[in-house]
Design a protein around this ligand. Structure first.
Ligand SMILES: C[S@@+](CC[C@H](N)C(=O)[O-])C[C@H]1O[C@@H](n2cnc3c(N)ncnc32)[C@H](O)[C@@H]1O
Length: 381
């Protein structure tokens, strides 16, 4: 199934999308009053920086939500009637003037209702903290210790009356999920830990990315094949990845050009058969231009007499895999199993894909050295 994906480097407060062009919103904004987002909020409204400097937590909190509000207000226009907005956010605790909680989920709900959205039953996403030092406050002495926040919310809103479909609508029925998936996904408690993202540490730290399973579930729960999913706070594009996996179109907005241009820092693109497959695919489906030096190892391998697929060549030169039993064909099977709701299939598939990419570095080092040794005779020998 061919799907379309676009990413705009720009401010989500100025969504230039036509009315009724989006069927579902899945997003996670910068969280008000969580320190890692202070600079972004202050850049979007300097009064926020002033409020923080003055230790006026309530004023900063409200001003941060005023920034997000401009985005929420536009969702009503761009979402079709009955379209759903799924917003992942966590509350914040912080000591400015005094220690207190800043209830982001409640504040966003209040503001979305003001814009005419109907709140739907929401989901508690529990992310247990493992640290022994997670408890805050006065230790074992009452009354000034505080429960640790170990959950975030996935807030759900509908834009007016329910979406209507013709009776027996084929695409809608083809988009059905399994009974087991329904039972797990439509619980109001999701237990999931974060997944490491394939980014360098600095980028990862400031990306606040959610695991792909979160947008993937939401997309399959609240949209049908061919729908368009919007993420106005695109970050590292997890929602787009999930939309691709689920056969939906997507559009994203991201103000930080670094995130969209994750490829820009790369001096060299290394692939195996990427000239014919990966690059055209990425360019057609993501709004990226991979105009950088490209070493397609398939051709380099051929030059030194290594043929066959990537796995065969890895074996031939002694690169070992954690899961040597999984092949490209299994990858398709794993995906289908995941679609049928089998636990663990997606994780296995992602770790297989990660090995595919990581091993290219060793392969590149080995074959380029060998090619160099074959072609250039050492004059001192
Ligand atoms: C919590 S992160 C989203 C992470 C994303 N869900 C992922 O999985 O990578 C919020 C993102 O919103 C971006 N952002 C903040 N304000 C924005 C604005 N006004 N317009 C567009 N993007 C914005 C930030 O740069 C950040 O990347």
């Amino acid at each position: 199934m061919e799907t379309d994906h676009a990413v705009v480097t720009g401010d989500a407060r100025e969504l230039s999308l036509p009315a009724d062009s989006v069927d579902l919103v899945v997003t996670s904004p910068p969280y008000p009053m969580i320190e890692m987002w202070d600079d972004i909020f202050a850049a979007l409204d300097p009064a926020i920086g002033d409020a923080l400097d003055a230790d006026d937590g309530q004023r900063a909190f409200e001003a941060m939500h005023d920034v997000l509000d401009v985005v929420w207000e536009q969702l009503q226009r761009v979402l079709v009637e009955g379209g759903i907005a799924a917003i992942n956010v966590g509350d914040a605790t912080r000591t400015l003037d005094r220690f207190r909680q800043y209830p982001n989920a409640g504040e966003i709900t209040r503001r979305m209702v003001d814009y005419g959205f109907d709140p739907l039953p929401d989901i508690v996403w529990r992310k247990p903290a493992n640290s022994g030092a997670k408890f805050m406050g006065s230790g074992m002495v009452p009354p000034n210790a505080y429960p640790t926040l170990e959950h975030e919310s996935i807030l759900l809103f509908r834009n007016g009356p329910r979406r209507s479909f013709p009776p027996g609508d084929e695409t809608r029925y083809e988009s059905a999920y399994f009974w087991e998936e329904r039972n797990q996904w439509f619980s109001d408690l999701w237990e999931m830990t974060g997944t490491p993202q394939g980014l360098d540490a600095g980028l990862r730290e400031r990306s606040g990315a959610f695991p792909v399973e979160v947008p993937l579930r939401l997309i399959r729960m609240f949209s049908i094949y061919g729908d368009t999913v919007l993420d106005p706070f695109w970050g590292t594009g997890t929602t787009t990845l999930a939309a691709m996996l689920a056969g939906r179109d997507s559009v994203g907005y991201e103000r930080d050009p670094d995130l969209r241009a994750a490829f820009d820092g790369a001096d060299l693109l290394v692939t195996f058969n990427g000239k014919r497959f990966d690059v055209p695919f990425l360019e057609a489906n993501f709004d990226v231009d991979l105009d950088l030096p490209h070493l397609d190892l398939m051709y380099t391998c051929k030059q030194i007499g290594l043929s066959g697929g990537l796995k065969q060549i890895e074996q031939d030169i002694g690169i070992e895999r954690d899961r040597p039993d999984i092949s490209g064909r299994d990858a398709v099977r794993l995906w289908k199993e995941h679609e049928r709701g089998q636990d663990g299939s997606l994780e296995t598939l992602i770790s297989y894909n990660r090995e595919d990419a990581v091993n290219l570095r060793t392969l590149a080092d080995t074959v380029t050295t060998q090619l160099h040794d074959e072609r250039f005779v050492d004059p001192t020998q």
